[in-house]
Each structure stands twice: as structure tokens, then as C-alpha cells.
Design a protein around this ligand. Structure first.
Ligand SMILES: Cc1cc2nc3c(=O)[nH]c(=O)nc-3n(C[C@H](O)[C@H](O)[C@H](O)COP(=O)(O)O)c2cc1C
Length: 214
């Protein structure tokens, strides 16, 4: 290394030059979401969850605005949230069967741990809202990756509650905020199967011009 810079790679094996098989890269290349209903105990301990969230918050954030909030739902929080889901669902669908309403009540309890990431953009006239929303998305993705790196699996879900104003307000957020996602974390009941991915060449290209009409 030409400059006397600290090693910020987190790599403990030494040389990382040209390494396409390192542990971190392998983790990123193999991570899979596991559907929330297939996540069971054990979930992360308090310390593990704190570490996952700390990693989750380490995202690019133009202007250092911190335009996101993370809510941790412990069992009491999951229960209260589920009661709200059930109430809203029964109101919206008066003919709903009990089993459907009870599914809504249990929705937040599908996995041992539940987080919500809320995008809370700041209107400072400089940093576009989209950048702040993307930063909240990065928090969600970091949480998935950190959960995976900690030996758990996770799923990022929005479902109807993320888009419901009553849910958002009940969690303490105003009209400018958006629920970026609910992150369910736990231990997979079985290893997930692979999911079809877009072919590399369909989505990646080397842009060399010419410039199109502009
Ligand atoms: C913003 C966002 C919201 C999502 N919401 C849902 C959802 O409501 N229901 C669902 O089945 N999957 C949803 N997904 C998809 C899953 O989280 C996940 O991408 C999918 O199960 C495949 O995961 P993997 O590519 O990480 O393995 C959402 C994904 C994103 C990025």
C-alpha cells in the first residue's frame, strides 16, 4: 500500500488483491431472503440485534441527514402491531373470515425479530428526496446482509401495512414519512432454494457510446 493508510477492508486474511472468492463477497453473492413464515427461533440476541442494526445504519447518506428511523418490535410491540393490523383489516373487509383476521393479528409474529425501517426525508432544499429514500432502502439491504452475516436469515417485506397511513401514524410518523419496509429476522426452518436471477448480460453492459440523440 503506497500510503500509510489503515486497513479499512475488515479483511483479516491479508492480501485482498483480485480476490473474487473472499468470505464477504461469497456471502453477498449467496445471500437469499427466507420467507418470514419460514423463520423460527432462535432469533438474534439483544447484542446480536444491536450489532445488526449498527451495521444496518452504516449506509451512504448524502448530506449526513440520517433520513431514516429503525423501530424494534419486541413481543409486546409485535402484539400491539398485530392487533392494529387485525382491526384495520376487519374494518376494510367486514365480511372477512375470522381466520383471515387472525392471520393479520399474527402477521408481525411470523419471525422471532421484527424491525421497521422508516424513510424520514428532510426538506432542506439541497438533497433530493429520492436520495434520502434510497438511503433508507440501503438501510434495509444492510440489515438483510448483516442478519445473514450473523448466521440468521431475513426478509424485507412491505405488504399492505407499509402503505397504510393509519399504521404509519400509529407508529408515530407523519405524512412525509414512508415505511420503507419491515425486516423479519430468524433462523430458517430449511435452507432456501435458489431464486431465478436476471442474467448478467441482460442487465449489465459496457457503455462506450455513441451518445444517443439528446
Ligand atoms: C422494497 C421491497 C418490498 C418487498 N415487499 C415484499 C412483499 O410485500 N411481499 C413479498 O412477498 N416480497 C416482497 N419483497 C421481496 C422479498 O423481500 C425478496 O426480495 C424476495 O423474497 C427474494 O429475495 P432475495 O432475492 O433476497 O433472495 C420486497 C422486496 C423489496 C425490495
Amino acid at each position: 500500500m503506497a500510503l500509510d493508510a489503515p486497513d479499512m477492508t475488515g479483511d483479516t486474511t491479508g492480501d485482498t488483491t483480485g480476490d473474487t472468492t473472499g468470505e464477504t463477497l461469497t456471502l453477498l453473492r449467496t445471500r437469499r431472503s427466507v420467507t418470514a413464515k419460514n423463520l423460527t427461533e432462535p432469533g438474534p440476541s439483544e447484542d446480536q440485534l444491536t450489532a445488526i442494526i449498527e451495521a444496518g445504519l452504516r449506509v451512504p447518506d448524502h448530506g449526513k441527514l440520517g433520513p431514516w428511523r429503525v423501530l424494534i418490535f419486541d413481543k409486546a410491540g409485535q402484539t400491539a402491531l398485530g392487533d392494529l393490523f387485525a382491526e384495520l383489516f376487519a374494518e376494510a373487509y367486514p365480511d372477512a373470515k375470522d381466520v383471515q383476521v387472525e392471520f393479520e393479528r399474527k402477521r408481525p409474529q411470523r419471525a422471532p425479530a421484527l424491525l421497521a425501517v422508516v424513510s424520514t426525508p428532510v426538506d432542506n432544499g439541497k438533497i433530493p428526496r429520492i436520495e434520502q429514500t434510497l438511503s433508507a432502502g440501503a438501510v434495509c439491504q444492510n440489515l438483510l446482509t448483516a442478519a445473514h452475516a450473523s448466521g440468521f436469515a431475513a426478509q424485507w417485506l412491505t405488504e399492505w401495512p407499509a402503505y397504510n397511513g393509519t399504521v404509519r401514524r400509529a407508529l408515530g410518523f407523519g405524512d412525509d414519512a414512508e415505511i420503507a419496509g419491515f425486516i423479519y429476522i430468524g433462523t430458517p426452518v430449511e435452507p432456501p432454494t435458489e431464486r431465478t436471477r436476471p442474467a448478467y448480460d441482460d442487465v449489465v453492459s459496457r457503455w462506450q457510446g455513441p451518445l444517443t440523440q439528446h
